[in-house]
Write a protein that binds this ligand. Structure first.
Ligand code: NDP
Length: 388
């Protein structure tokens, strides 16, 4: 039996992973399931899957978790230390699906442990790409992409040499405000930004899709995962979300990955890799689909794409600064302190005003966490100044 853990089990990716695991429970020995606020779901899944331990990131909720697991024999724990310790337990495969930079440390520990990490948490590579690659290599651990675009690229590259890649095109639906008049964006509400036209995802990534910060993170993730030059990475708006990525080769061939917008494909691919197994996803009828459309991205509507290029050019710890500023600006938008278009302005100000020595520091877990912390402080200050 494979020993598996699911970090972020109560979220959208976590629940899709559990859906696949529950179809074949005899194949898996579940070590740890983690969540934060959704204690009822966490406890239910821990019981259903007979996990060794369930962990909430929120220490104040430990009594609730203990009560929900009473009599089950399943350990209950809480907080960052517990998340770290469980990631170091012997595990073969770990789904990294905590949202935000909070997902970085458990994933790194799992890699140090020689575990295969299925990476949904794109922030891990954005914040600490070189460190993550080095850690995986040093411990003979495998990192498998779960983001649909990166899973698509990974699959299109099977049997190919990275030197033969001329360009990588990642698609974007355009999110909730793709066709809105630009002037209306200033009045966009959180509820409107949280309604994705095609994908059913967690709220934060859904809003990031509307602002294209999600795509910006994915562009950086592409550079870090596949180690390709930033100039080879393109974004293409594709409203139907059926083609997830296209790899262009030096002979002009384009290899596209086509599939319905259902994360269980990419999750299942990483779960069963290197073999392919039956997955419960819709089979596309291309004749019925009839038409796929594409358009170039508009960087006035989506300044996050321009900022991603600046981050890739700057290198060092600028990815950690970018992500932390983005997460703080998103908190500000959700809390009603910031208008939708102002998120990008906050991130740009933080990037422009960060002490260069912070960005140029050698990349270690400590320096990444320091850059993350400083960028959050700086972003909060920018938001307060705006509000004042
Ligand atoms: P969700 O918001 O649905 O779930 C997030 C998970 O993380 C939940 O289990 C949540 O617990 C937990 N969590 C929240 N805050 C913390 C914290 N501070 N420390 C530890 N755990 C925490 O997110 P998604 O599933 O949508 O996304 C997860 C990751 O996967 C993100 O990095 C996202 O970018 C990436 N991703 C998501 C895709 C999708 O389709 N959803 C597609 C590709 C990538 P609780 O719910 O109990 O509060």
């Amino acid at each position: 039996m494979r020993r598996i853990s699911i970090y972020g089990a109560t979220g959208s990716i976590g629940q899709n992973t559990i859906d696949l695991i529950k179809r074949d429970t005899d194949a898996y020995d579940v070590v740890a399931l983690t969540g934060a606020g959704n204690i009822a779901q966490l406890a239910q899944d821990a019981r259903d899957l007979n996990a060794d331990i369930a962990i909430t990131a929120d220490e104040a909720r430990l009594p609730d978790l203990q009560e929900a697991l009473a009599g089950s024999g399943i350990e209950a724990a809480a907080g960052k230390t517990a998340l770290r310790e469980a990631a170091a337990r012997p595990t073969d495969w770990l789904m990294s699906a905590i949202v935000g930079a909070a997902g970085l440390e458990p994933g790194l520990i799992a890699l140090q442990n020689g575990c295969t990490v299925a990476l949904a948490n794109k922030e891990t590579l954005v914040c600490a790409g070189a460190l993550v690659r080095k850690t995986a290599q040093a411990n003979d651990a495998r990192l498998l992409p779960v983001d649909s675009e990166h899973s698509a690229i990974f699959q299109a590259l099977t049997g190919e040499k990275i030197d033969a890649v001329e360009r990588i095109i990642i698609t974007a639906s355009g999110g909730a405000f793709r066709d809105w008049p630009l002037d209306d964006l200033a009045n966009a509400t959180v509820a409107q930004a949280s309604a994705h036209p095609n994908w059913d995802m967690g709220q934060r990534i859904t809003i990031d899709s509307a602002s294209m910060f999600n795509k910006a993170l994915e562009v950086i993730e592409t550079k870090e995962y596949f180690e390709v030059d930033a100039v080879k990475i393109e974004v293409l708006v594709h409203p139907e979300s059926m083609i997830h990525a296209i790899v262009g080769f030096v002979d002009g061939a384009l290899m596209a990955h086509v599939g319905p917008p259902d994360m269980r494909h990419a999750i299942g691919h990483a779960l069963h890799y290197p073999v392919r197994k039956h997955l419960p996803v819709e089979r596309l009828d291309l004749a019925k689909l009839a038409q796929l459309t594409f358009r170039a991205p508009d960087e006035v509507r989506w300044p996050a794409l321009r900022l991603a290029r600046e981050v890739m050019d700057r290198g060092g710890l600028s990815g950690a600064v970018f992500n932390a500023a983005k997460e703080t600006a998103l908190d500000g938008f959700i809390a009603g302190k910031l208008a939708f278009p102002h998120m990008a302005e906050v991130v740009e100000t933080v990037l422009d005003t960060t002490d260069p020595s912070l960005i140029d520091a050698e990349m270690t877990l400590d320096t990444v966490l320091e850059a993350d912390h400083m960028a959050r402080v700086s972003a909060r200050r920018v938001i307060e100044t705006r509000a004042g």
